[in-house]
Ligand binder design. Sequence first.
Ligand code: MEV
Length: 438
Amino acid sequence: MIAPIQGFSKLTKEEKINWITDHYTHNTEEAKKIIKGYWNADQDLQKLHDEFIENTITNYYLPLGIAPNFLINNKLYAIPMAIEESSVVAAASKTAKFWLDRGGFKTTVLGTEKIGQVHFMFSGDVQKLQAFFTQVKPRLISEAKDITKNMEKRGGGVSNIELRNLTSKLPNYFQLHCTFETLDAMGANFINSCLEEFSKTFRNEAKIFSLFSSEEKNIEIVMSILSNYVPNCLVRAEVSCPVSELTDSGDDALKFAEKMVQAIAIAKVDPHRAVTHNKGVMNGIDAVILATGNDFRAVEAGVHAYAAKQGSYTSLTHATIENGLFRLWIEVPLALGTVGGLTNLHPLVKLALEILQKPSATKLMEIVAVAGLAQNFAAVRSLVTTGIQEGHMKMHLLNILNQLDATEKEKQTLTEHFKKNTATHSAVVEAFENLRKS
Ligand code: MEV
């Protein structure tokens, strides 16, 4: 058994690599070669990456692709996407082109409210707690001025603080439910700093509130933290066109539109389908979020909570056919930033934001929602027509050929071959082996 290590973080990078490869890999030299093969030759750039997290040994690459031709509110965007799944950027580009010829995407930001909570326990008289809260609320805000003043100068800050009684769910459990406007910042640090200040003031002021008994004066703060569930930080993206324009020849357009609507109706009522349906949406959303240095875990958690807000997990997208018009739309909560965090630090994130024409946080919400909607359209369109594997395997073909160590010439020949033949994993291996034999 491998013994635990003390003080790993204090080792140099080289020592960390020696330790991990000695203890956890079979071929130490090969493992070191892989690790170092991903180091950046530019030492300053490598140092920047080393310092993003603790115990960095190397970099982990994902491809950064571009999906051009996205017409959003009559402005053209080329969207950077960081993702490993082979078909996603291709599908986004194809969908962008499809809707470019049909009026493009329309988006609206429905709200930008961020949320944070101070969770605390109080076992005394609830009316006295209410009176205390009413008295202390202005002070909670004024004591946090050092933290909020710059945000306020720019038009943001604390929007409200509410006392919430949740004792019916958990004995003695209350919250300060706080809402914020954080403008172009995602705002996690701002919100958490505010909340910690609120909780300090709240606890200290309770100690001297004259109506409280000595026991009531001891409010027990459990924790202060932002919520990644932001149902009022919401954006809507939509596409629509006459049903007759949904297919290039106009043939079978109504059948296609009906199948799209049916597929979405299925995702609305069946959670198993809804999860996969929304996974397709997240293919687009996460890829842009990663490319722009935002926190995809926060967005994932919040989006899925939103999809379950009615008590059962359901589709994030909606579709109708009304008076001959097909409409597909999405509403998603997205707490994003275009300043702060990685946005000023990671050179590729800066570049991605530049490619997006330096968007505000609300503009980025719109672009990300469009990427999610586009991905959903592409996936459901394939599912209800050719099936997903045709396009998927075409894109995956190169991965399989790379695994087989195919030469460039062999890749060319087999890519040609699979333009006319169905590409399954075994068919590719067989065709490759036959080509080698011949
Ligand atoms: C695959 O990454 C995404 C899909 O499964 C989405 C869907 O089923 O809607 C194709």
